[in-house]
Design a protein around this ligand. Structure first.
Ligand SMILES: [Zn+2]
Length: 248
């Protein structure tokens, strides 16, 4: 089984080491990782890793809504420069979070600025969305033509809206704990599904760091809900991931 982990924070691993993960990738069938950032301090670390492992890492530069207020001024200029210098880089993660982040106006403004950069430089956008689908609906038109709602754990209808607008849905281990998983997954077209660890976060077991070796288990779970052969679904998800990372 081949796959791409479409959302990992390599720079945040503590128990495991990023270079060990990178060397073990091929043992598990993991062909590439999208290494996302949350704060500006991540950008340089990701850039260094991506330059060292260009075949394995697709870098994504952005600012997570939780940390927007602590951000130094003029980040927009620095982010734009980074995107210009790295034509293969994606934008993210950025987004909207009703549960744990600054007030709506602050989040929305920072999100739109990042979405605009993605549009301007023709890059896929990686979106964090927690209990804030209504906010997202108000600004649909700001999104670039290619985007993903990462670690999706919302409702079936929301996933439907995303797909209708050309977006992708990425699942992490969290979907395995969702009681509506079957109906959400079944309703989704196969060409819009991606998978991710969100590592080191969101491991199924508490106090563990999630790892790429888990992804075949997640793909098996998705295939069960779809009542399809895991190998077939894995091949489709792999193709979707390759399609997703293409800039335009
Ligand atoms: Zn993340």
């Amino acid at each position: 089984m081949q796959f791409i982990d479409t959302h990992i924070h390599l720079q945040d691993y503590k128990q495991n080491c990023a270079t060990d993960i990178l060397s073990a990738m091929s043992d598990y069938g993991c062909k590439k990782l999208i290494n996302v950032s949350a704060v500006e301090a991540d950008w340089g670390k990701i850039k260094t890793l991506a330059e060292k492992y260009p075949e394995r890492i697709v870098p994504a530069y952005g600012l997570h809504p939780w940390y927007i207020e602590a951000q130094k001024e003029n980040w927009q200029t620095r982010l734009e420069m980074l995107l210009r210098q790295n034509p293969q880089a994606l934008v993210g993660e950025c987004g909207l979070d009703k549960l744990k982040a600054p007030e709506k106006a602050v989040q929305v403004a920072a999100f739109i600025e990042q979405a605009n950069l993605a549009k301007q430089y023709h890059r896929p956008l990686i979106v964090h969305m927690v209990k804030s689908f209504g906010w997202l609906e108000e600004i649909w038109s700001s999104l670039p033509q290619k985007f993903v709602l990462h670690s999706f754990n919302g409702e079936k209808e929301q996933a439907g809206q995303v797909v209708k607008r050309g977006g992708y849905i990425s699942f992490s281990a969290s979907i395995m704990k969702n009681k509506n998983a079957a109906e959400i997954i079944r309703a989704l077209p196969e060409d819009k599904i991606l998978v991710e660890t969100d590592g080191p976060y969101q491991a199924l077991e508490k106090h563990q760091e999630s790892d790429i070796s888990f992804l075949p288990r997640l793909i098996n779970f998705l295939a069960e809900q779809k009542q399809e052969k895991a190998e077939n679904l894995a091949a489709k998800i792999y193709q979707n991931s390759l399609e997703f990372i293409k800039t335009w």
